[in-house]
Design a protein. Structure first.
Length: 96
């Protein structure tokens, strides 16, 4: 899915929102699904306001945002020198 209307604020790149549901019976890469492509500020916020908040995802599910054409996998050539940010919270911190 792709959308960008008139008068929107274009981003420098096109991006893809990915969803991952970790089903251990399947190979990891088959658990990844592209959800939507976007290329404007307005489309990003529309997407953000209509998806399930990350705090309400079941354990083992994740979102990722990568440039269009780049998969959220270490094996993708664009990610060779990449890294990852993780935030871990205690149960008490999650409810603040």
């Amino acid at each position: 899915m792709e959308a960008r209307g008139r008068g929107e604020h274009a981003l420098q790149n096109r991006w893809t929102l990915w969803f991952m549901k970790n089903e251990r019976s399947r190979p990891w890469h088959l658990n990844l699904r592209p959800v939507i492509n976007f290329n404007s500020v307005e489309m990003f916020w529309s997407l953000y306001n209509h998806i399930q908040p990350a705090s309400r995802l079941v354990a083992g599910c994740d979102y990722a945002v990568f440039k269009e054409g780049v998969t959220p996998m270490w094996e993708d050539p664009a990610n060779v020198a990449g890294g990852r940010w993780l935030i871990s919270l205690t149960k008490q911190q999650r409810h603040l």
